[in-house]
Ligand binder design. Structure first.
Ligand SMILES: Cc1cc2nc3c(=O)[nH]c(=O)nc-3n(C[C@H](O)[C@H](O)[C@H](O)COP(=O)(O)O)c2cc1C
Length: 347
């Protein structure tokens, strides 16, 4: 019996395990793939805090075999988690080869990206551009499914533009080609990130396919997650930018639903938060090397400040976001998240 049941709360559907192919996913709150954000240190934290699944950043299929350290790092996972990687591309043979490579490397689920709106991806006519080429999208799924034994899934938007919501049709084709889970971000490609995600519009995909469906877009809180689930009829939710500055966001939604009771708690006190940010920063430096790591880490530091230390004096913020020295960065993180907050609270 779960803690939620013992305490009389009825666990939400989000707390239940979900089967994806042969994998049992512990709960139904997932961390979204975000290039340049959801790297190994971020995903390891999201999973430790209780996210059911954390999808690796997109890898471009044509680059998979190059084995650059950056691309290999994109696909690393902590032990014990379900290793779900994501591929983007538009050449079925190349996608199949990339999928085989990733499976041999340890991937346990392969997701195909039909949702990325970035011009450098759609300009190459992959990502969400494939929503304008349903037959090719289906052939890509077919090619990857035939190439590997692990489950294949697909992530998409509602369609290319308003009035052309073809996610139900693409999802149906993808499932007929062997896809075992579909994720839908409730916006069109032309919206990029404007407007609000339309969770109700995802319901048309629910009507189209029977495999697990994941609703995504603008889900930050437990209330958002329950509402998105109810309006879409989906089986699971996926949290992206809601995790900026709080890698525990997905895990906290899972916990509120009655799952992830043994997972790491978020750092709630000032010293715990300062230590947490220092450790996350250090992990990024270890992964990327000092020069690249310190630049990469700045966006995360900015998000941590915006969310938890919004009253940081501008000169302290600038000092932290411009330093090139790891030890100084650690010192400044402590000042921002511990000392300056203590002063702000005392004022
Ligand atoms: C910085 C950034 C990078 C992203 N990279 C990917 C990616 O690699 N693959 C993908 O399928 N979606 C990617 N996305 C889209 C997210 O997975 C998600 O669908 C979108 O942000 C909407 O969810 P949210 O409102 O919870 O952020 C990215 C989004 C952002 C903001």
């Amino acid at each position: 019996m779960s803690d939620a049941q013992k305490s009389g709360d009825v666990p939400s559907r989000l707390a239940k395990p979900l089967m994806v192919g042969n994998h049992v996913i512990a709960n139904r709150v997932f961390c979204a793939p975000m290039s340049g954000v959801s790297d190994f240190p971020f995903r390891a934290r999201a999973l430790a805090h209780g996210a059911g699944l954390a999808v690796a950043e997109m890898t471009v299929a044509s680059r998979v075999g190059e084995g650059t350290s950056r691309d290999t790092l994109r696909r690393a996972f902590p032990d014990g988690s379900v290793r779900i990687i994501q591929l983007a591309g538009r050449d079925p043979a190349m996608m199949a080869e990339a999928a085989r490579f990733c499976e041999a490397e340890g991937a346990e689920i392969i997701d195909i990206n039909f949702g990325c709106p970035a011009k450098k991806v759609t300009g190459g006519l992959a990502g969400s551009a494939l929503m304008r080429e349903p037959d090719l999208a289906a052939r890509l799924v077919e090619a990857v499914v035939s190439a590997v034994r692990v489950p294949v899934t697909a992530k998409m938007r509602l369609g290319w533009e308003a009035g052309a919501h073809n996610a139900p049709a693409i999802a149906r084709l993808a499932v007929a080609a062997g896809a075992q889970m579909i994720t839908v971000h409730g916006r069109t490609r032309c919206q990029f990130y404007q407007g609000a995600a339309d969770w109700s519009a995802v319901a048309a995909v629910r009507d189209a396919v029977c495999v697990p469906l994941v609703v995504n877009g603008d889900i930050v809180t437990a209330a958002d997650a329950e509402r998105a689930l109810a309006l879409s009829g989906a089986d699971a939710v996926m949290v992206g930018r809601g995790g900026y500055g709080q890698p525990w966001a997905a895990g906290m939604i899972a916990r509120a639903a009655g799952a992830a009771r043994d997972a790491d708690r978020p750092p709630l006190t000032r010293p715990a938060l300062a230590d947490y940010v220092i450790a996350h920063h250090q992990d990024m430096l270890t992964l990327y090397g000092i020069g690249q790591g310190i630049r990469h880490a700045r966006k995360h530091l900015g998000w941590y400040i915006d969310r938890h230390a919004p009253h940081t004096p501008p000169e302290l913020r600038t000092a932290l976001l411009t330093t090139h020295a790891p030890q100084e960065a650690a010192l400044l993180i402590w000042q921002v998240f511990h000392d300056a907050q203590a002063l702000a609270e005392a004022a």
